[in-house]
Write a new protein. Structure first.
Length: 414
């Protein structure tokens, strides 16, 4: 099918009540999503399913567009604050699987693809979009010459593409946030839990970046993660990541998404040592349990004194996501020699403690939590009773909050 260099006209393509699914994060097809938002006011009311958004595409969306997502990440926080984002509380693996089973059924799918030698690749993300496209009425592909061709994310021949356009914008980029003293202190503690030969999973943000940047001295690290970023390129080029001791996928960096800058995109382009695999593989419990020394590095908004982790809400408002946290925590716990690390600053931006008596939402249950790290140290929780957990967590809370937390424990004990 020939590609069009003209912006697409969505009139007649979008029907009232349609669910439109677009690529998430850096896989957002900007030429298509920007055109859709520019025309939205003239279209019948429709719904959009989005993941993390790192562009400004939806910031001033027409009122006749409603939004759904599995979390609040990136600029979707503005939609959430405006009451325009419905959050589906779901593990990332289950959310993606729901498209495969048609529990979530897309009507229209917008996707960014890379092309090389006549082959097409989903490029920067191998998530739920392909499964959404299998059952969609209309699939529109934006062929982006600046998107890297990645292995593992090849577009299936049996999934039709009904229309193609040529991208007018390069892929979205997300640069690393500059590190601060708190994140460096957290990283120094977390790094002590990561042995040579470990395989790493991590998310987006300053703390994962700080931890990765502290590991350049390590040897034979592996990567099996929901995402990779520019920091992974640093570790590979310095020889710290070889993927030699993972137990599976020897010599290969495995990810579900590629989130970074053009430096990362150039690195993964037609690089057979990097594979962008579907969620069923990157987050699958059977796969994760086969990886040796899997270290899951995740963050949180709060940790309760019993070890429960909240990564979703504060004051009843959704500002985070379940994402792949529980998938990887449980996978790391099942891995031979694995560790599940929850790393977070001890205080919030308003000075309140992020170590709390009780979390308001439980993302990861206390029974699954292994180690919690703040800038004040490490609380090893696995195998500990409730009183000992509280003692260890209070010890890594900010000093100014420790007395109040201890008093809350005494009061609860009667």
């Amino acid at each position: 099918m020939p590609e069009s260099a003209q912006p697409i006209d969505f009139a007649g393509l979008i029907r009232e009540g349609d669910l439109v699914v677009c690529g998430q994060a850096t896989a957002e097809p900007l030429t298509l999503t920007e055109a859709l938002m520019a025309q939205a006011a003239q279209l019948p009311p429709f719904r959009m399913m989005v993941g993390p958004v790192f562009s400004e595409t939806f910031s001033a969306a027409s009122p006749n567009v409603s939004f759904r997502s599995y979390g609040v990440i990136g600029t979707t926080r503005r939609l959430a604050r405006a009451g325009r984002l419905e959050v589906i509380p779901s593990n990332y693996s289950a959310f993606c699987a729901d498209f495969a089973t048609q529990r979530h059924k897309a009507d229209v799918v917008l996707v960014q693809l890379a092309q090389s030698g006549g082959r097409l690749s989903a490029s920067l993300s191998n998530d739920y979009v392909i499964d959404a496209a299998r059952g969609a009425r209309l699939v529109i592909a934006e062929i982006n010459p600046e998107a890297p061709f990645t292995f593992g994310a090849e577009w299936p021949e049996d999934v039709p593409i009904h229309r193609r356009v040529t991208a007018r914008r390069p892929p979205v980029e997300l640069a690393s946030t500059p590190l601060d003293d708190t994140s460096r202190r957290i990283a120094s503690h977390a790094a002590s839990l990561i042995a040579d030969g470990s395989t790493l999973q991590f998310g987006v943000g300053r703390i994962p970046d700080a931890i990765l940047s502290s590991l350049s001295h390590a040897r034979n690290l592996g990567i099996h993660s929901g995402l990779i970023n520019d920091a992974v390129v640093d570790l590979i080029e310095r020889g710290a990541v070889t993927n030699a001791e993972k137990g599976i996928d020897a010599g290969i960096t495995v990810t579900n998404q590629v989130i970074g800058t053009q430096r990362l995109y150039r690195f993964v382009h037609e690089n057979k040592a990097v594979t962008v695999r579907p969620t069923s593989y990157t987050h699958g419990q059977g796969v994760l349990a086969r990886i040796d020394r899997l270290v899951a590095i995740n963050s949180a908004l709060q940790v309760g004194l019993d070890g429960s982790v909240n990564s979703e809400t504060l004051d009843g408002i959704a500002i985070g996501a379940i994402g792949g946290q529980l998938d990887f925590v449980r996978g790391a716990n099942a891995s031979r020699g694995g560790r599940a690390i929850i790393a977070l600053p001890a205080t919030a931006s308003d000075g309140s403690s992020r170590i709390v008596a009780n979390v308001e939402t439980v993302t990861t249950p206390r029974a699954d939590v292994d180690a919690v790290v703040t800038e004040w140290g490490i609380a090893e929780l696995r195998g500990c009773g409730l009183a000992e957990r509280a003692r260890r967590l209070i010890a890594i809370a900010a000093p100014e909050h420790r007395d109040a937390l201890s008093a809350q424990i005494r009061k609860a004990a009667g």
